[in-house]
Design a protein around this ligand. Structure first.
Ligand SMILES: Nc1nc2c(ncn2[C@@H]2O[C@H](COP(=O)(O)OP(=O)(O)OP(=O)(O)O)[C@@H](O)[C@H]2O)c(=O)[nH]1
Ligand SMILES: [Mg+2]
Length: 361
């Protein structure tokens, strides 16, 4: 039996991992490869799983904890895929607040499953705006523990994927490239735009040359745990209903703008808030990746409808209680402004637990 390639695409929240996975998957499908995708989150009701499924891809999830803390579930999902769909390649996206993947995922997999899997190099996707802040550490919007986590993620990359280069001028790309090459000397570097499908083919080539370095991080778990605990994590589902058609695009962008304005006033940085809506006929997805950035739609809704299901996944550098109360406030404002009923509200809100990997080798 031929071995399945496992490609892990990590990186900080909002860096563009899921967008990249869609692009990579499309290229691989064109090459007639069979693909499976594994998503991951600290909670349930995941925007990414729904988005990838809407894109026509085959997806399984590891929820309620990261791959390393839920390693057995991760293994089961790999086995589910290999038994059910028999993919050539599995693409896996660990939670964006996770690091130390070599010691807690690559090495345990390598020791236990050498016969079944081909581990491909570890890619860490990075948002240039966040990286520029790391270059000027004192100006970061996040608490210092989160910067520590961000830096550790980059330190263990086999390939650093500088994404969103469509937002940069040539000289900005050069400046960031220089910083990456000087700071993370052992990694390969590639500049891509997942949005515009730039250099994705070259990235795929790199993924199939060589194997993971297995360079284990020197990491302080107390700081890492503190970084995760800093983040307010909210996964919300609800249903919007009205006796006439709802302008869901307007509601989605108003929700994200209102949340952004609230947190901007008190300078609580947003890592990523993503919103996914579905009706019987259509769907939309929108995101915001900083209080300093604008709302971005990956897809707007084109067909109006009277009933929409909504999922919101928010990760903000704020206490979870505050995140939950502000989100409730926003939903109340939306109800009044758009005269819609918002029912079946289900909220999970917490800070990620201290990371306790199943294995660390
Ligand atoms: N301009 C630009 N935007 C991008 C690019 N890639 C992703 N984005 C946008 O960045 C936002 C976050 O992208 P995702 O792919 O959801 O990021 P992620 O890393 O999977 O986020 P988490 O799963 O929350 O950790 C979305 O609004 C994307 O449309 C890119 O190449 N260029
Ligand atoms: Mg994602």
């Amino acid at each position: 039996m031929s071995r399945v390639d496992l490609i892990i695409i990590g990186g900080f929240l909002g860096a563009g991992k899921t967008t990249s996975i869609v692009r990579i998957a499309r290229h691989l499908l064109e090459m007639e490869k069979k693909i499976g995708i594994i998503t991951n989150d600290q909670g349930s009701n995941l925007v990414d799983t729904n988005f990838l499924t809407s894109a026509g891809l085959s997806v399984l999830e590891v929820k309620e904890g990261c791959f390393c803390c839920n390693f057995d579930q991760f293994l089961m999902r790999i086995q589910d895929f290999t038994e059910r769909d028999k993919p050539d390649i599995i693409l896996a996206e660990p939670v964006g607040s996770c690091t130390d993947l070599v010691a807690t995922i690559f090495r345990p997999l390598d020791r236990g499953l050498t016969g079944a899997l081909n581990l491909r190099p570890l890619s860490i996707v990075v948002d240039p705006r966040r990286l520029r802040k790391l270059m000027m550490e004192e100006s970061s919007e996040f608490h210092s523990e989160i910067n520590y986590l961000f830096r550790k993620q980059l330190e263990e990359a086999d390939i650093i994927v500088l994404n969103k280069v469509d937002t940069l001028k040539e000289e900005e790309i050069d400046e960031i490239n220089l910083f990456i090459k000087e700071t993370f000397k052992w990694s390969e570097l590639i500049n891509v735009s997942a949005k515009e499908d730039k250099n994705i083919d070259k990235w795929i080539e790199k993924l199939f040359i060589g194997s993971p370095s297995e360079r284990v991080l020197d990491i302080d778990y107390t700081l890492y745990g503190d970084a995760e605990a800093r983040l307010g994590w909210l996964n919300l589902t609800c249903q919007l209903e009205k006796d006439e058609e709802i302008d869901m695009n307007s509601i989605a962008s108003t929700i994200l703008d209102m949340v952004k304005d609230i947190f901007f006033k008190e300078r609580y940085e947003i890592a990523h808030i993503k919103l996914y809506g579905t009706s019987e006929k259509d769907w939309l997805k929108a995101s915001i990746t900083s209080i300093y950035e604008d709302v971005n739609f990956d897809k707007t809704a084109l067909i109006p409808d009277k009933r929409w299901n909504l999922i919101i996944n928010a990760r903000v550098d704020v206490e979870p209680e505050k995140l939950e109360s502000k989100m409730q406030e926003v939903l109340d404002l939306i109800k009044k402004k758009y005269k819609v009923n918002i029912d079946e509200v289900n909220i999970q809100c917490f800070s990620p637990r201290f990371p306790v990997p199943r294995y660390r080798l």
